[in-house]
Each structure stands twice: as C-alpha cells, then as structure tokens.
Design a protein around this ligand. Structure first.
Ligand code: FAD
Length: 504
C-alpha cells in the first residue's frame, strides 16, 4: 500500500537518521521554528550511537594528532552537556599510569596541562599527579606502575542521550518516525519528494521537504547512492571499534586510560555497578555497518592490553558481553585507522529554491550539539529564515536540576516514595531525572509497578518507555533505553518480548 502527503505543506527540514547527530539536528531545528520530520530505519540509536565508549571528552589522544579545534570544542562541551542532562551525564576521573617504555612523563604532563587549560572547565576538578604506590588507584595495577596522572572527563549513557534528544525534539513539535526507512529522495520543483517505508508492513508513504539532511552515520554514503540515486560516493572511512565487558575488576570509581605499545590507548571503566568496560579497537571495516561484531583477535587484543597493566590478567573467558560499532569518520586520507580525523565535516549542496541537501560526515557524541548548530547555520544561510542558536543553556527532558545536585534529586525521590527500594529510586533518577515521578505516578509499593521482568525492571517502566521513548522490542528496552540486559535472564527477556508483542 502506498500513501502520499502531496497537498500537505512540505516540512522545512527532513532528517535521515535517528542517531545522536540526526536527533540533535532535528531538536535544534524545531527549536528555531522550522517544521521538522525525522526518519530512523530501526530503533533510535540502533547504529553507532549505542556502541560508543560513552565518554563526553576532549579526547586527550587527539592532541597528538594536532586536532586542537576539535579538542577545544569538545572540552567546552563537557560541562555544557553535563548541565543539560545531569541525570544521564556525570563526571569521571581518569587515571593515566606512566609506562616507562612509552610516552615520557613530561609529554603526559604537557598534554594534560593543555587539556586543563584549553577552556570550558569550571566545575570539573583539574589534573593531579598520583603516587600509585600509595593511592588506591595503584592497588589493582602491577607494581612497576609507580607514577600516574589523574584528570577529568564525563560519562554519558549514549543511547539514552539519543532518546532524550529525540524526545525533546518531539515535545517541541518535530515528527519522529522510528522503524521507517528512507528508500528514495528526489528533487522535484524546488523541494524533496521523500519515499518512506515502514519496517514490518512495508507500507510506503511520500512526504515532501524543502531541505534534506543526511545524518545516516555509517550509512551516509549508502543513502547518497541508494536513496539519492547517485553513481557512487566515498566520503567516510568506516572504522570498527569493539568493547568487552567483564565482571568488576576493581573497587574504586575511577577509570583507567592505558597506553599501548602500538601507540593506541584503551580505557577500563566501571560499568553498570558490577562490571568493567574495556575498549576500544580501531579497524578499517568494509561490511554492512548493521552486521558489525567483535572478532576473536579484537577480544585477545583488549584482554592483552588490559593485562599489561592489571595484576590479575583479563582472559577471553572472563568476557560476559561485548559490543561493536562503526565510526563514520570523514575520509581525510590518513594511513592508519586510529589517525583518521575524529572531527566532523558538513557539506551543503543546492539552495532554498532548488531543494538544499546537507550531508553530515563524522562527528562524536560529545560534539553533537555543536555539529547541529553548524548544520543549522548553513540551513539558515540558504533559507534566509533565522531562529538563532538556543541549545547551549537548554535542558534535556528530566535534566531540570543543577549538575552537582544529583544526590539531592535522589533524596527527594526517596522522600516522596518511601515504600519503594532505594536502589530502584537511584536508578530511576539516573535514567529519567525529574521525570521519574511521571513514570512512578501514584505507585508507593513494588506491587503497584506491575509485572516483574527480572533485575529491577517492572511493567510500569516498560510502559513508560513504550509511551514516551519509542521502545517497541525487548532489545530496545534492555540494550538501548537501558543496559538491564546484563542482569535480566534469558527467560525474563523472552517474557518481556511477549509482553511487548502483546502491546503492539
Ligand atoms: P548513527 O548513530 O549510526 O546514526 C545513524 C542512523 O541512521 C542509524 O541509526 C541508522 O539506522 C539510520 N539510517 C541509516 N540509513 C537510513 C535510512 N535510509 N533511513 C532511515 N534511517 C537510516 N564519541 C564520543 O563522543 N565519545 C566516545 O567515547 C565515543 N566512543 C566511540 C567508540 C566507538 C567504538 C565508536 C564506534 C564510536 C565512538 N564515538 C564516541 C563516536 C560516536 O559514537 C559517533 O560519532 C556517533 O554515535 C555517530 O552518530 P550518528 O548519528 O552520526 O550515526
């Protein structure tokens, strides 16, 4: 079946891709007064935006590649994003052990001095030197690591950042369609005719828009070829990155950044309470971005790199979960995958009279807000319509409290819901911030939260995710809106899938 919205006024802007960049652009655009529609072929954040290391960071390593613009912008974004979403973003301290055979201590000190002073750090504490023989951070490490440095960056629940950005866009008036693929887009009479196909039913619909934004991440070139009908496109270099998750390796709450002999770095990060996250790798990738998976060689590489530092070796059999993603890096011709630029490039074609097209290449979670501003500046230039930048001081849904007031927020929820377990209330504050109250409503006891699906997941939360955050399947709930999949048994996952299927 096919439908068309011809006759209906065209959208000002149509965005392809429901990752962090597409949702960020849709949110910024609708807040400037543009009418906006976004289509995501699967679930929000089903591509690269749920497969990151999840750092809101300047990228200490990028200083070695002279990416000063990117590092300065990213450093400044840390506190901007933390303020916008203090529930799903929080500060972390990173411990960088000095390794005698690798970068000399003065190089690390100078890099961290720059990192501290490039700008944008008001709340985050500065770098300090650590005596790893005395500091608790030295405990899990081999004895040879005596000197270390500790610095600040932030953590983000990546897929939740995407869902909340989409939510904010929708609440401001954007139309967000998940499980809707853009199969073709053609310029006709000064606007775009865009054919959408619904997953499952295969039902097609045509919508029109004045400006088309291609924010399809690793699929950006595929969209140019398949949907726009161009002969070929090679703008992005696809670079795979994988992570492994093991049972918690140490007790403190700081992360490690380890230098490797191959000039790369890996992180070991406290993860979801009971686990440690270790990543990442950098490998050129040629296959379907949707089918990316960790290889045995990557598993060995990550285990080996961590075991170089930890007293207790990390072995392949310790891995409880792993995930992989594909970085859509702008192809700047660098020889090694790890050296390809992490900066973003935005290319605009055409004008307002002939249907403008904006292609987005590269970009990090950390810079999504600034990337969206750059896209919108270009669109405002061609359309002549001006709304102006507004996202710097705006909150994301649930983030309406001060960045340093997270514990106070948890305490308020505990005061208002004394009959519910404290760990659940803490988690709900993390996930939903001030919106935890909307989710809980009048419930004052676990029995009022509906079916239990294992861990601390109840039907009330599942229903909220379906109604408010576009969740449709068990994977959406367990691996993107949350990481509860790490704790929910296969049997409970199957029950959750049945529950969601019955609701559909
Ligand atoms: P995606 O998230 O992939 O979104 C594109 C979307 O477009 C997909 O959901 C896809 O389904 C959809 N789509 C494609 N074709 C169509 C179509 N025809 N119709 C409709 N929808 C379509 N950044 C950081 O800031 N910090 C980090 O710590 C960090 N770590 C990383 C670690 C790894 C291993 C990787 C791979 C990346 C990391 N990044 C990090 C980078 C960051 O994750 C990505 O740059 C970012 O998520 C890219 O977002 P995106 O929206 O461009 O792409």
């Amino acid at each position: 079946m096919s439908a068309t919205t011809q006759g209906k006024a065209p959208f000002d802007i149509f965005v392809i891709g429901g990752g962090i960049n597409g949702t960020g652009i849709a949110r910024d655009a609708v807040g400037r007064g543009f009418s906006v529609m976004l289509a995501e072929k699967e679930d929000l954040a089903s591509g690269t935006s749920s497969a990151a290391t999840k750092l809101v960071h300047g990228g200490l390593r990028y200083l070695e590649h002279y990416e000063f613009r990117l590092v300065a912008e990213s450093l400044a974004e840390r506190e901007v994003l933390w303020r916008a979403a203090p529930h799903i973003i929080w500060p972390l301290r990173f411990v960088l052990p000095h390794h005698k055979g690798l970068r000399p201590a003065f190089v690390l000190r100078s890099g961290l001095f720059l990192y501290d002073h490039l700008g944008g750090r008001n709340l985050l504490p500065p770098t300090k030197t650590l005596d790893l023989r005395k500091d608790a951070a030295g405990g899990p490490l081999k004895e040879e690591f005596k000197l270390g440095f500790e610095y600040s960056d932030c953590w983000v629940m990546d897929a939740r950042l995407v869902a909340l950005t989409a939510k904010d866009a929708a609440e401001r008036g954007a139309e967000i369609r998940t499980r809707t693929k853009v199969v073709s887009a053609r310029r006709e009479g000064g606007s775009w005719q865009i054919v959408l196909e619904a997953a499952g039913s295969g039902e097609r619909e045509t919508v029109s828009a004045k400006v088309l934004v291609n924010a399809a991440g690793p699929w950006v070139d595929a969209v140019i070829v398949d949907a726009l009908g161009r002969n070929g496109a090679h703008n992005v270099r696809l670079v795979k990155g994988s992570h492994i998750v093991v049972r918690r390796l140490y007790d403190h709450d700081r992360c490690y950044i380890f230098q490797n002999a191959d000039n790369r770095i890996i992180f070991a990060i406290p993860y979801e309470g009971e686990f440690t996250l270790i990543g990442t790798t950098d490998q050129d990738y040629a296959g379907d971005p949707g089918a990316v998976a960790i290889s045995p060689e990557e598993q060995d590489y990550l285990c080996g790199a961590a075991s170089e530092y930890f007293k207790h070796p990390v072995r392949r059999e310790d891995i409880v979960w792993s995930y992989s993603g594909v970085r859509p890096l702008f192809d700047d011709g660098a020889s090694a995958a790890q050296e390809a630029t992490r900066d973003y490039v935005i290319k605009l074609e055409g004008d307002a009279m002939n249907g403008a097209l904006v292609n987005v290449f590269g970009g990090k979670l950390t810079t999504f807000r600034r990337l969206a501003e750059s896209v919108m500046e270009k669109i405002e230039d061609v359309t002549g319509k001006r709304g102006g930048a507004w996202t710097r001081d705006a909150k994301l849904p649930g983030g309406e409290f001060e960045p340093t007031a997270f514990e106070a927020e948890v305490a308020k929820l505990r005061r208002d819901y004394p009959g519910l377990p404290a760990p659940l209330l803490r988690r709900l504050t993390r996930f939903y911030g001030t919106r935890a109250r909307r989710l809980l409503g009048q419930a004052q006891a676990l029995g009022e939260l509906g079916d239990h699906f294992g861990a601390d997941l109840y039907a009330r939360e599942v229903d909220y995710l379906v109604a408010e955050e576009w969740a449709r399947t068990a994977d959406d709930v367990l691996w993107r809106r949350s990481k509860l999949g790490l704790r929910v048994s296969a049997e409970d996952q199957a029950r959750l899938a049945d529950y969601l299927a019955a609701k559909a």
